[in-house]
Write a protein that binds this ligand. Structure first.
Ligand SMILES: NC(=O)C1=CN([C@@H]2O[C@H](COP(=O)(O)OP(=O)(O)OC[C@H]3O[C@@H](n4cnc5c(N)ncnc54)[C@H](OP(=O)(O)O)[C@@H]3O)[C@@H](O)[C@H]2O)[C@@H](O)CC1
Ligand SMILES: [K+]
Length: 486
């Protein structure tokens, strides 16, 4: 059993591949073996997360996910706990494995009740797994609400019920109050939906058990790429080795966004950072960060630079985009640059032509910006974030960084998209997106492949938030850019 963290390197498989892996594993083992292993693993994790639990409510559904719950109940009963099972299903229609596990729970003396107990120390959600086909209703929906309304921890079996394991979309309505501590023990494969969209909140801490069935020839749907390796700098290096970044943005009243991106590029290690401001009346120097070289955006020669374009650009960014798209050696497009491109077919064609000319581009849309670029709604994007990121990457010939909970990084399709596991709600504050664009710019300026540069910068950006000292001042975008609380 393995706990999944932002440092984990692993392949993620969709439901279809998981079904094939499950069938192959089941065929190679005696009947009921997989479910017995799954139930035992659930019982072990339950004892680890709630060692002093007395009452453990196990809500079981109508399929094999419920079967895992029955099996866990039997195991917990044998170990002196008090599992109470509520079953939302028809015994006569249970699949054979689950029916056998129901009998094992009965034989062990587990209590079956029509309603949840009045209180519980741990709830185990074994209602639905990868077989969920529609929104939860009736008793199952009610039980899930009750579980999430209590402060006691919830352990989801395989997948939080109602969560689409492929996409992270969820039919379960989150409880408006504080989140109960959540754990999810997933089997045979790690599934992408656990790590993006609603998945991260719904699953909580994810644990993985391959049930003794490692190795598969299936193609992954996505990957967890883990922490980037440190890139030590040789003594005999100089600023030219780390590249020039030119931030272009900062229309009147929005210079801060461009300066934040510049500061982020600087502190992420770019050799030199220029900030080309669109505001003709902007100051000539940033006294707080004199390392930034402030210029007129139109005067910058981008042919040897990595441009970071769009931060605070407003509508004025449109006028400079044709030159930026044509000349920047490498490019990060963010915010207003993306909105301008979404509204302009000529700019879209110019963007797509960069890949054909061997000029790398990274785009960093949030879901609404992605929706504008894909001519759909933000809800469509959120309904399948992996697919949306892949479409952006292939339509525009770019590396697409689709921001949000479980940021997706998609490239040219030669490798699966990466889901990033760093970052938290501390980043939900103005300017953090500008900082990310600057950090990607710095990584790109070192000539690393765009996909690697993007995923490394995304990881580091989230990692700063994850490791922000508890007693430190709040994480502002400026402090994030400096990578330090003061
Ligand atoms: N087989 C094995 O060896 C192993 C299996 N494993 C476990 O099995 C799980 C997959 O099992 P599964 O395929 O039975 O799917 P599961 O998620 O239990 O639900 C299917 C049932 O729910 C029903 N249903 C669907 N949506 C509904 C809704 N909203 N509201 C109400 N009902 C709904 C659906 O009915 P139907 O749609 O056909 O009407 C069907 O009856 C997997 O996640 C893992 O936990 C592991 O132990 C490893 C070994
Ligand atoms: K479940």
């Amino acid at each position: 059993m393995q706990c999944i963290t932002s440092a984990t390197v692993a392949d993620l498989f969709d439901i279809a591949a998981t079904r094939r892996i499950e069938q192959a594993a089941a065929a190679a083992l005696p009947h009921h073996t997989l479910m017995q292993r799954a139930g035992l693993a659930v019982a072990r994790l339950a004892m680890a997360v709630a060692p002093h639990a007395r009452t453990i409510w196990i809500a079981c559904g109508p399929g094999n996910n419920g079967g895992d719950g029955f099996e866990a109940a039997a195991q917990l009963q044998h170990r002196g706990f008090l599992p109470i099972v509520t079953f939302a299903g028809d015994e006569d229609r249970l699949p054979p494995d689950a029916r056998a596990s129901l009998q094992r729970a009965r034989d062990a003396g587990v209590i079956f009740a029509p309603e949840p107990p009045a209180t519980w120390d741990l709830a185990i959600d074994a209602l639905l797994g990868i077989g969920a086909t529609r929104p939860l209703a009736n008793a199952m929906a009610d039980w899930l609400r009750q579980m999430h309304a209590m402060a006691s921890p919830v352990l989801s079996v395989d997948v939080p019920s109602g969560l689409n394991a492929d996409t992270g979309a969820s039919s379960a309505t989150p409880h408006p109050g504080a989140l109960s501590p959540r754990f999810c023990l997933t089997f045979l494969t790690l599934k992408p939906g656990l790590f993006t969209a609603k998945g991260r909140d719904a699953a909580g801490t994810v644990w993985f058990d391959d049930l003794g069935c490692s190795g598969t020839a299936e193609s992954p749907a996505a990957r967890l790429a883990g922490a980037p390796a440190d890139a030590p700098r040789s003594h005999a290096s100089h600023k030219g080795n780390y590249g020039d970044v030119a931030v272009i943005g900062g229309a009147p009243g929005m210079a801060g966004a461009a300066l934040l991106a510049g500061s982020a590029a600087l502190h992420a290690g770019a050799g030199r950072v220029f900030v080309g401001l669109l505001d003709p009346d902007a100051a000539a120097v940033d006294l707080a960060q004199p390392e930034l070289m402030l210029r007129d955006a139109k005067a910058l020669d981008l042919s040897g630079m990595t441009a970071v374009c769009g931060c605070g650009g407003g509508a004025d960014i449109r006028a400079v985009l044709p030159r930026v798209l044509a000349t920047a050696a490498a490019l990060v497009l963010d915010a207003d640059a993306l909105n301008a491109i979404a509204n302009d077919g000529a700019l879209q064609a110019q963007l797509a032509s960069r890949a054909r000319r061997g000029r790398p581009t990274v785009i960093t849309p949030h879901p609404l910006e992605a929706a504008r670029l894909l001519n759909c709604t933000a809800a469509d994007v959120q309904a399948d974030r992996l697919a949306a990121a892949r479409q952006l990457a292939s339509r525009y010939g770019v590396v697409a960084v689709l921001k949000g909970s479980g940021t997706v990084i998609a490239g040219d399709g030669s490798t699966p998209p990466v889901l990033n596991l760093t970052g938290n709600a501390r980043l939900a504050t103005a300017g953090t997106g500008d900082v990310l664009a600057g950090m990607i710019g710095a990584a790109l300026a070192t000539q690393r492949p765009a996909f690697e540069a993007a995923r490394e910068a995304v990881w580091r950006h989230g990692h700063i938030a994850d490791t922000w000292p508890a007693g430190a001042p709040p994480l502002t975008a400026g402090a994030l850019a400096r990578q330090a609380p003061c």
